[in-house]
Design a binder for this molecule. Structure first.
Ligand code: DGL
Length: 273
């Protein structure tokens, strides 16, 4: 079992922020990434649709024989909570690890949460934070345009469009005096510099991709599922839209090129098999 791959999925490219950290903390693991690039974004869709997509995505990874599944997507983790109990392999989403890191990081007890509309409407991060510490004050804002900016490569902190959207979404939280901000969508760490430039360096940004990778590493350790240290880990990527567009933007997320490792699949067809 320990030689099997770790399966990671997201609606698009955002989950690569978790993959980047997984490669760092677990260099001997094989990773299979699924990005539903033809159907991104999930964050504006109904709960029913998000659940259906999440099941198809997880089933695809199970068909690859993975030993652990990570929903590296704030939206899926917040809405398709049945995945926690229904999968035959260990599973984690991003909500618990990220909320835990935020609760540990805050000094003034004011935490901001940003995510997709589905994530914010679900109240998932807020509930988890208050479950851990009900003395914390939580401020929430959905930021759907951040996903579009990232998926289309508008990520430079010097870009006027990026600066404008960041200011529009975050001005209230800035006034509220948060000292910790949860980047509750795995796309958002890619524009962390722009967010930090606006809020100031005294606000601690919590990267859901990073925290979830660390949490997943711990699950593997405690379940005796780590791969042999003699193995050089590998990554392969499956996407539902074109391989070319994924390659281009994935390079920005991962900081390295992905060439032969990317394949196209038709998820609706896979789901019918
Ligand atoms: N990366 C995703 C998330 O964490 C998704 C964005 C979307 O599909 O709307 O929520």
């Amino acid at each position: 079992m320990s030689e099997q791959s770790i399966g990671v999925f997201d609606s698009g490219l955002g989950g690569l922020t978790a993959v980047k950290e997984l490669i760092k903390v677990l260099p001997h693991e094989n990773i299979i990434y699924f990005g539903d690039t033809a159907r991104v974004p999930y964050g504006n869709r109904s709960q029913k649709t998000i659940r259906r997509y999440a099941k198809q995505d997880a089933d695809f990874l199970l068909s690859k024989g993975v030993k652990l599944i990570i929903a590296a997507c704030g939206t899926v983790s917040s809405v398709a909570t049945e995945l926690y109990t229904e999968l035959p392999v260990p599973f984690t989403g991003v909500v618990v690890p990220t909320a835990t890191a935020a609760v540990n990081a805050t000094r003034n007890g004011k935490i901001g949460i940003i995510g997709t509309s589905a994530t914010i409407n679900s109240g998932s991060y807020k509930k988890e934070i208050l479950r851990q510490n009900n003395g914390i004050t939580v401020f929430q804002q959905d930021c759907p345009l951040f996903v579009s900016l990232v998926e289309t490569g508008f990520i430079s902190p010097d870009d006027d469009i990026v600066r404008l959207v960041v200011e529009r979404y975050l001005c209230e939280m800035k006034k509220d005096g948060i000292d910790t901000l949860i980047l509750g969508c795995t796309h958002f760490p890619i524009i962390a510099k722009a967010i930090s430039d606006y809020l100031g360096s005294n606000v601690c940004l919590i990267d859901s991709g990073r925290e979830t990778a660390l949490y997943a590493a711990n699950i593997l350790k405690t379940n005796g599922l780590l791969n042999k240290e003699s193995t050089a880990g590998s990554c392969s990527y499956y996407v539902t839209d074109t391989v070319e567009s994924f390659r281009h933007t994935a390079e920005i997320f991962l900081g390295k090129s992905v060439e032969d490792e990317v394949r196209h699949i038709n998820i609706e067809q896979v789901a019918l098999q």
